[in-house]
Design a binder for this molecule. Structure first.
Ligand SMILES: *Cc1c(COP(=O)(O)O)cnc(C)c1O
Length: 427
């Protein structure tokens, strides 16, 4: 399968080239040249397929013959070896839990899939270094996903004192091919250092990024929507997804699933007060803004990088987009109220991102009461322990995945300047 750049100035790339490049040389995001709907029989019989079989059917056209079928099946089996349950919350609202992976963040699926694709493409032993800056969840998922992948070193920069203790443990206790650099600075400083390194011709290593613009992190997120449909298809009401959104990669993958023929009536992009997309839908002008800090901090994004892919999926036509896509924005106060409301309704403990998704579902149902809404629960509440325990006055039980890192020793190097990062990378 070939991919074109959404800036339309770079040459088309194969799946392999697009995965290795991340961003196209003209700085545009890659987009598949062709999207072919799956046969009706696949949807009719979906409950007879295993998750692995579904994932293979969904992703194979986007890879073509660039990974042998047997190898692709192995990659999929390793990527999704955990559950994706749908849990009812109220009569018309349920949640799809995406946090059963090793770091309890939904980014596990994309990171694990991308890591294994890169490992496969690195068979000739070309050494690569994945360099990422993290404000929390991404780093853990990437570190874990790439652990022990041959030919790939991972260097993670994170801001001193700005990630939670659990998140820091997830970054710093793996060892092997994963190195954590603790930066005396803020997340933006980490991000700037990474950007500098990518532009610096004196860096002797081959650097790659692992953020959500990479097609190998973006596309496997389509699986979630099929897994939910498999569990819900026999209900009579039409299906709507409310997706807590930051960079809009996850919801964009959902729209891809719809293009493949999955019967989804509507998408709700639920955001915190970072409402760039809502404003665009209201007044037709896309104006990026600096991000604002919230309690759903994985969605603190003022210029969502994947929104351009969503526009492409709707032929850059805002009327067409609004037909199948809405956005609602919620404050931290509303989010905390929602955490309480969900807990009161069903004894369910959501995380702040899931709670924003729930609010999006509720808002949509006001106008469309005869649909069934699924919000995506993108992180386990333990990842946002302070907010959740304080809001609900309950103790969240620590799951075994997290428990196992808590007693391990943190290992990191401290750095302060770009020169120190450069010296590390060239050492
Ligand atoms: C990354 C993240 C999101 C946002 O996903 P996007 O694909 O960037 O829109 C939502 N919730 C959690 C917990 C995340 O880590």
């Amino acid at each position: 399968m070939n991919y074109y750049s959404l800036h339309h100035k770079a040459q088309k790339a194969s799946f392999k080239e697009a995965v290795i490049n991340g961003l196209a040389p003209d700085k545009g995001l890659y987009f598949p040249e062709k999207i072919t709907p799956l046969p009706a029989g696949f949807f009719k019989n979906i409950e007879y397929f295993s998750n692995e079989e579904i994932a293979f059917e969904v992703i194979k056209q986007f890879i073509g013959d660039e990974i042998p079928e047997k190898k692709l099946k192995e990659i999929i089996a390793e990527t999704i070896n955990f559950d994706f349950p749908v849990v009812p919350i109220t009569e018309n609202i349920s949640t799809l839990e995406l946090f059963h992976g090793p770091t309890m963040a939904f980014k596990d699926v994309g990171a694990r899939f991308m890591a294994r694709c890169l490992g496969e493409f690195n068979k000739e032993n070309r050494e690569q270094t994945v360099l990422v800056a993290t404000s929390g969840d991404t780093g853990g998922a990437v570190a874990n996903g790439f652990l022990n992948v041959k030919g790939v070193d991972v260097v993670i920069l994170y801001p001193d004192g700005k990630v939670s203790d659990i998140q820091e443990k997830q970054l710093t206790t793996l060892g092997q091919n994963i190195t954590a650099l603790k930066v005396d600075g803020a997340f933006d400083d980490c991000q700037d250092m990474v950007k500098n390194a990518f532009l610096d011709t004196e860096i002797k290593r081959t650097l790659t990024s692992a953020n959500s613009i990479n097609i190998a992190r973006w596309l496997p997120q389509m699986f979630y929507f099929f897994f939910a449909y498999k569990q819900l298809k026999n209900k009579e009401k039409e299906l709507v997804f409310s997706v807590p959104s930051g960079n809009f990669g996850n919801i964009c993958a959902g729209i891809m699933a719809q293009k493949l023929g999955l019967p989804i009536k509507h998408f709700v992009a639920a955001t915190n007060v970072n409402d760039t997309v809502l404003n665009y839908l209201n007044d037709g002008v896309y104006t990026p803004k600096p991000s604002k800090a919230t309690i759903s901090n994985a969605m603190d994004v003022g210029n969502p990088s994947n929104f351009i892919r969503i526009q492409e999926l709707f032929n850059n036509n805002i009327a067409e987009l609004k037909n199948s896509f809405s956005s609602f924005s919620f404050t931290d106060t509303a989010t905390k109220e929602a955490i309480k409301e969900i807990h009161a309704a069903s004894n369910y403990v959501p995380d702040p991102h899931g709670a924003v998704g729930y609010l999006g579902a509720k808002e949509y149902l006001k106008e469309n009461p005869s649909t069934q809404c699924v919000f995506l629960e993108t992180a386990h509440p333990v990842k946002f322990l302070d907010v959740v325990e304080e809001t609900l006055n309950v103790k969240v039980e620590i799951p075994s995945q997290i428990e196992s890192v808590l007693n391990k020793e943190k290992k990191f190097q401290k750095i302060k300047t770009y020169e120190e990062l450069k010296a590390y990378l060239n050492s």
